[in-house]
Design a protein around this ligand. Sequence first.
Ligand SMILES: [Cu+2]
Length: 147
Amino acid sequence: MRQYFYFLLLLGICGCDSPMNNRVNEPQNKAQQSISLRFESLALNIKTVWLAGPEGSINFNNKLLVILTNEQGDLTDLPNDTTLQFYSTMPSMGHPMDDAGTFVRMAKGLYLNDTIKYNMPGDWLNELWILDQNFQTVDAVRWLEFF
Ligand SMILES: [Cu+2]
């Protein structure tokens, strides 16, 4: 009976400090080095890769590579007369990022933005837009990251 009591006590102590409990307390949207997304209306697959960052510091230059592929999985460029634009806001505080930077086409289907700056650490709702010549949104995706 006493052994059983100690067993329960031990179980209780371990339960309070178990890895499972820690996991629940962690943010659910941690920064990921790479995310797969999709521009639905254009049927373009997107893979984002952070080559530097993400870091929530005004002094850090984040670098985001965007890889575009078609339905066959082949690298493909943006549709004619469109541009790729990054944007991000902090939902919990209602303010935008510091610098959305500019995408440069490196090669077919490869677009690099190496001047992305966030003001502070926390939750960031990142967005990628495809814009036409009149800066109207042709397609867009959003994803939340915490860093
Ligand atoms: Cu903020």
